[in-house]
Design a protein around this ligand. Structure first.
Ligand code: ADP
Ligand code: MG
Length: 577
């Protein structure tokens, strides 16, 4: 017997569950489904994003409604059109074997006549955004006076978005004896007051800690000067070649401006904010979902509907005013069991906010430095090499090979590798070789997490394992410590990338490290460690830069379009080979 079968769900739903490939219920499902099936009760369920809340209310609702009747019996309110459609789709999959069940989505920005037509055909379950729902009630298009179940999904987000009054008005059209099921990631005062006002002795279930951010998210901040935010953003993107990120700005204007600048600088970026038409927003969301966009620049309100599982980084271009908003932002990453990073680009004056957030999320931030130009060059270089190694060879290339061999005649393997890598890499190097560091010095001490050490006497290493091998900085640090029999403090600045990583030790440990990795295998695979050529953060770059009048980062060499190849002819030779 699978655990799903022990929850009390009927056979037809269990078959749908097995078609969906769900093997066992998530925690919130395990807790909520039996309660909702057994009792006619109100329920408050708190669980983070990505924990499977839709199924937690969806299956009991489907089991409880009467499919023979065409009366609307269940109403699901959700904050955005995006979520509304997702819930509807998901519920349609769940109800695959329920004969005669109609689930209709009602949301703004689409034809009201078409939605009215669907309602008229008889919908036992309506999934709606509050604004459009209220509109349709007022026009007498939809009748919710006989509903038995009302679900408030993502209640905290609905309230954040200012739907309190709409929800109140909608609920006033529903019978008193219905059951209300409230689902929320967090429990701010506003949600508690909804529960108090509109619900009767709700049962409560909590998954994970109340109000806490997901533990799979690492929080980092980067201290910069106010005018360096944009340059810092680009460096963070460049230092993480596989990045798939939502970048949050405070205003629609900033959102649009940053997106435009990034696109101009050659990044795969797009904007998502309320001044765009519904169509433009759909295009941006779809492109992001298909990963045609790597950096989605968004306002908090517009980003509410983003429900993409593999966001690697959330970047706070500016901090939000409300701490609660930060929790929502960082909740866009670290979903579905994956780990994620939430980065904050901050100025010194905002450091107090970081402290306040730490308290709220009960998790410490790691203070990190914006990567230097040379660090980015190295990362890009190794990334390029791994990409070459992992590229599938296109069979169509076969026809062209004789001609290509002709052209490359006389070059040996070594030379070809050097040249091939240089084609792509020189551009990065030229771009970053003369840029200054962007870090602001923090006046107080008391660093936490991975502390930075003075450059003198410290060596940085490259190692050919990374996130793809299942490491994050903590586990890689543990791995190194255990295998090298070193202390925790001996290894620092561990920085994992997709297929490789970096770490530092004090210089006196270098012989030991290199010796240990002479001939080191894990699972039959050679682990290779090399001293990184990265000269580190000397003051040199800064001075040179000042003399030149503080040149800022210009365009990006990232995802380069043709135009960047004509950029700046000068520049030293990379010298990595
Ligand atoms: P939430 O509403 O809590 O953010 P969702 O209901 O959107 O989460 O579910 C997140 C994802 O997890 C969806 O893709 C859903 O299909 C999937 N999912 C839900 N329950 C299970 C389960 N028991 N086993 C596997 N996947 C599940
Ligand atoms: Mg949900």
């Amino acid at each position: 017997m699978t655990p799903f079968e022990s929850l009390g769900l009927q056979e037809s739903l269990l078959t749908a569950i097995s078609d969906l490939g769900f093997e066992s219920p998530s925690e919130v499902q395990e807790k909520a489904i039996p309660i909702l099936l057994e009792d006619e009760t109100d329920l408050v369920a708190l669980a983070q994003t990505g924990t499977g809340k839709t199924a937690a209310f969806g299956f009991p609702l489907l089991q409880k409604i009467d499919a023979q009747s065409r009366t609307t019996q269940g109403l699901i309110l959700s904050p955005t059109r995006e979520l509304c459609l997702q819930i509807t789709n998901e519920m349609q999959l769940y109800s695959k074997y329920e004969k005669g069940v109609n689930i209709v989505a009602i949301y703004g920005g689409a034809s009201i006549t078409e939605q009215a037509k669907q309602i008229k055909r008889g919908a036992q379950i309506v999934v709606a955004t509050p604004g459009r729902m209220k509109d349709m009630i007022q026009r007498g298009i939809v009748d919710i006076t006989k509903i038995e179940y009302c679900i408030l999904d993502e209640a905290d987000e609905m309230l954040n978005m200012g739907f309190y009054e709409d929800i109140r008005d909608i609920l006033s059209n529903t019978p008193d004896d219905k059951s209300t099921w409230l689902f929320s990631a967090t429990m701010p005062k506003e949600v508690a007051s909804i529960a108090k006002k509109f619900m009767h002795k709700p049962k409560e279930i909590t998954v994970g800690t109340k109000n806490a951010g997901a533990v799979t998210v690492q929080h980092e901040y980067y201290l910069v000067g106010g005018r360096d935010r944009y340059a810092a953003l680009k460096r963070l993107a460049d230092a993480n070649p596989g990045i798939f990120s939502v970048v949050f700005c405070r205003t629609k204007r900033d959102t649009q401006k940053i997106a435009e600048k990034l696109i101009e600088d050659g990044y795969n970026a797009g904007a998502l904010h309320g001044d765009l038409s519904q169509n433009q927003r759909d295009l941006a969301m779809n492109a992001f979902r298909k990963k045609q966009i790597q950096l989605l620049i968004a306002t908090d309100v517009a980003a509410r509907g983003i429900d993409v599982d593999d966001v690697t980084h959330v970047i706070n271009y500016q901090l939000p005013d409300e701490i609660e908003t930060y929790t929502h932002r960082s909740g866009r990453t670290g979903r579905a069991g994956k780990s994620g990073i939430s980065m904050v680009i901050t100025t010194r004056s905002e450091l107090r906010k970081i402290k306040a957030i730490e308290k709220k999320i009960r998790q410490d931030f790691i203070e990190k430095k914006i990567p230097t130009g040379i660090e980015i060059c190295e990362i890009q270089l190794y990334h390029l090499a791994s990409k070459i190694r992992d590229t599938n060879i296109d069979p169509d290339i076969e026809d062209y090979l004789p001609a290509i061999y002709d052209v490359l005649e006389g070059l040996d393997r070594d030379e070809i590798i050097k040249k091939m890598v240089s084609v792509e890499f020189t551009r990065f190097f030229r771009y970053y070789s003369n840029t200054r560091d962007l870090d602001e010095q923090k006046s107080s001490k008391g660093e936490k997490g991975q502390e930075e050490r003075p450059k003198d006497g410290s060596v940085r290493y490259f190692i050919n394992v990374g996130e793809r091998d299942g490491y994050d900085w903590m586990s890689l640090k543990d791995f190194l410590r255990e295998n090298l029999k070193l202390d925790k403090e001996d290894i620092y600045r561990v920085d994992t990338k997709d297929s490789f990583s970096f770490f530092n030790t004090d210089a006196n440990l270098m012989p030991l490290i290199l010796e240990a990795f002479q001939d080191f295998k894990v699972d039959g695979r050679f682990i290779n460690v090399e001293v990184s050529k990265n000269p580190g953060r000397s003051g040199k770059g800064k001075k040179r830069d000042r003399r030149r009048g503080g040149r800022k980062d210009g365009g990006a060499p990232f995802n380069k379009k043709k135009k960047s190849s004509s950029r700046r002819k000068k520049g030293r030779n990379p010298g990595f080979f």
